[in-house]
Write a protein that binds this ligand. Structure first.
Ligand code: GUN
Ligand code: FE
Length: 424
């Protein structure tokens, strides 16, 4: 954590709650020891001597959390969008992920991923790697060196996967996972997360063994849930004891409750599954672009919020084509409108306020007090510059923020702070 105290000055925009964005024009955010100390229109005398990082007419927003993204899939982003999930995995994803057995390939590909993440609005992310231990460690070291706060998982998969991308037994999978966990010393901002790919890729005894590891090492868990109808039908065959997909994870002790847990997608989660996620505090990683590209469907994200479920936003690259969380906000809003118009008028479209909340506070909550500029919360901030997005009329700061969500690209990211550390 940065030890020093300073002020970030600009037009501050941050969520108070899911439905309210506070805008403080020419505001001063006081940062001390990596934590927000307050937002002020006029800096109090006690802070008057602090150095000021003055961003003038630019917008300053909380750093965003990408709650689910596949680092090894970044290399084929924007490709292979013609198939549904299970065929997409076999045709495009598994062949690409197998390349990470070569460290030289991982070096190039993960270097590119990390560089793009650095130049995005993302300050925190929960990331899938591959089954390969050396490449996963390389990814973790790269992200750590950039100062981003991440959870990274070595993927586990020991069935229904090709020979060239499969752990050969439960014993080997657990041995590799412990080998990975034994080599994390020195990492400051990058933490491990247990990552069974999804139920179809993991035998029952591997899932039980991962549960034991989770307890032994006090690890969080991330996986995929109820993304695609074919996948759900397959899980019903594979786990006849479970009444629904989420209950299968729960029977293995990998569905929250006494540990932190993220489930990506939840497009087709029924009432029982949502109830159990609520009870167990499971985080949903809503991945709207991926769900459109793989024709999975549209999750009822407003229903999740109204029920009090933990929800964040995710790019799910390479189901999603882009690392931008601003784009993920746009896609979440657009998808929710089509869902409302075409499928279900009982779940209202997502407002801009709620999309912003999901990208900042919603996913940030997985990391603790993260995602807004409240006193005592982590000083994660991104400076957005819209000087090149010309317009003839006067625009409010709120309007500029909304417009940037649709129009901004990496050139608009002027600076970035994580836990008070300026990393860009
Ligand atoms: N389910 C299992 N693996 C994957 C993956 O790599 N991407 C997506 N979108 N869903 C999955
Ligand atoms: Fe995914």
């Amino acid at each position: 954590m940065g030890n020093e105290a300073y002020i970030i000055k600009g037009h501050l925009c941050y969520s108070r709650d899911a439905d309210t964005i506070e805008v403080v024009e020419n505001g001063s955010l006081v940062v001390e020891n990596g934590v927000c100390r307050g937002v002020f229109e006029t800096v109090p005398a006690r802070y008057a001597q602090l150095p000021v990082h003055d961003y003038g007419d630019r917008l300053v927003v909380p750093g965003m959390t990408d709650l689910h993204v596949h680092a090894p899939q970044f290399s084929f982003r924007g490709l292979g969008m013609d198939l549904e999930l299970l065929e997409w995995l076999n045709t495009y994803t598994f062949p690409e992920e197998s390349k990470y057995r070569e460290l030289s390939y991982a070096e190039r590909a993960y270097g590119s991923f990390a560089d793009h993440l650095l130049h995005s609005t993302t300050t925190r992310a929960c990331i899938f790697a591959t089954i390969h231990v050396p490449a996963t460690l390389l990814l973790m070291r790269k992200l750590d060196a950039l100062g981003l706060c991440t959870y990274v998982g070595k993927v586990n998969m020991n069935r229904n996967s090709p020979d060239y991308l499969r752990e050969t037994s439960t014993r080997q999978a657990i041995r590799d996972t412990e080998l990975w966990l034994s080599q994390l010393e020195g990492l400051r901002h990058t933490r491990p997360i247990l990552t069974p790919r999804f139920i179809p890729s993991c035998t029952d005894d591997l899932m039980y063994a991962l549960h034991d590891l989770r307890e032994q090492y006090s690890l969080p868990v991330q996986s995929h849930l109820s993304e695609n109808l074919g996948e759900i039908a397959w899980v019903r065959e594979l786990c006849p004891r479970a009444k629904f997909y989420g209950q299968a994870y729960d029977q293995f002790g990998l569905f929250g409750g006494d540990h932190k847990c993220i489930m990506a997608h939840c497009v087709h989660s029924d009432e029982r599954e949502q109830e159990l996620m609520l009870k167990n505090g499971v985080f949903i990683a809503h991945s709207p672009e991926s769900n459109m590209n793989l024709a999975s469907g549209v999750a009822p994200v407003n229903q999740f919020l109204e029920r009090g479920l933990h929800v964040g936003l995710a790019t799910d690259v390479a189901g999603g084509s882009h690392e931008s969380m601003l784009r993920a906000m746009m896609h979440a809003i657009q998808a929710s409108k089509l869902r409302w118009r075409l499928l279900d008028q009982t779940v209202a479209p997502l407002s801009f306020e709620r999309a912003f909340y999901l990208a900042t506070m919603g996913g940030g909550a997985f990391f603790g007090s993260v995602g807004t500029f409240r006193e005592g919360w982590a000083a994660d901030a991104v400076v957005l510059d819209d000087a090149n997005l010309d317009h003839p009329q006067d625009l409010s700061v709120r309007a500029r923020l909304e417009r940037m969500t649709y129009l901004a690209d990496e050139r608009s990211i002027a600076a970035k702070y994580v836990e008070g550390r300026k990393i860009l």
